[in-house]
Design a protein around this ligand. Structure first.
Ligand code: FES
Length: 163
């Protein structure tokens, strides 16, 4: 199983310095800086907002607004397992709804939430380009076809999510 995102041992301060060095001098630098920080750390920690706002002369409210506008940005470290289940029409015709119900029951959470252990983050997906091989999922950013409840159980067991 792969990790949810490319992360290294960079600290928030180092990640911010790297992102600023790469992008601060450019027009429209905020988005590239945020992407760079998330690429380095796996998320955008709250502690970088103030120094970032000072460095690029933007308000903290504006930066928070951009982060919350784009679903791609995370403000918490990623879960050990990021599971996105396709709920678009072709996958629904191939049993996605039952699969989703199974995952939600096992995890005790809905879409856009984390499991009780916080080790699994469940998200919906809307077509992953595997329509003929559904139900489809993205497991830590890797597409998976023909997903069954057995697959879900195996993945959750690997991160210690008890049934
Ligand atoms: S509808 Fe699920 S992959 Fe296209």
């Amino acid at each position: 199983m792969t990790t949810p995102s490319a992360q290294n041992n960079s600290t928030p301060a180092h990640a911010l310095a790297t992102a600023l060095a790469e992008h601060a001098h450019k027009e429209g630098s905020l988005l590239p800086i945020l992407h760079s920080i998330q690429d380095q750390l796996g998320y955008i920690p709250n502690e970088i907002i103030l120094p970032l706002s000072q460095a690029i002369h933007r308000s903290r409210a504006e930066i928070h607004g951009v982060i919350s506008f784009y679903a791609h940005f995370r403000t918490q470290p990623p879960a050990a397992l990021h599971l996105a289940l396709c709920r678009a029409e072709a996958c629904q015709a191939r049993g996605a709804n039952a699969l989703i119900a199974h995952a939600q029951e096992r995890l005790g959470c809905d879409f856009h939430q984390r499991s009780q252990t916080h080790d699994v983050h469940l998200e919906p997906a809307y077509c992953l380009g595997l329509c003929a091989q559904g139900p489809a999922a993205m497991l830590n950013e890797q597409p998976v076809a023909h997903v069954t409840p057995h697959h879900i159980d195996e993945w959750l067991n690997q991160v210690g999510e008890s049934a």
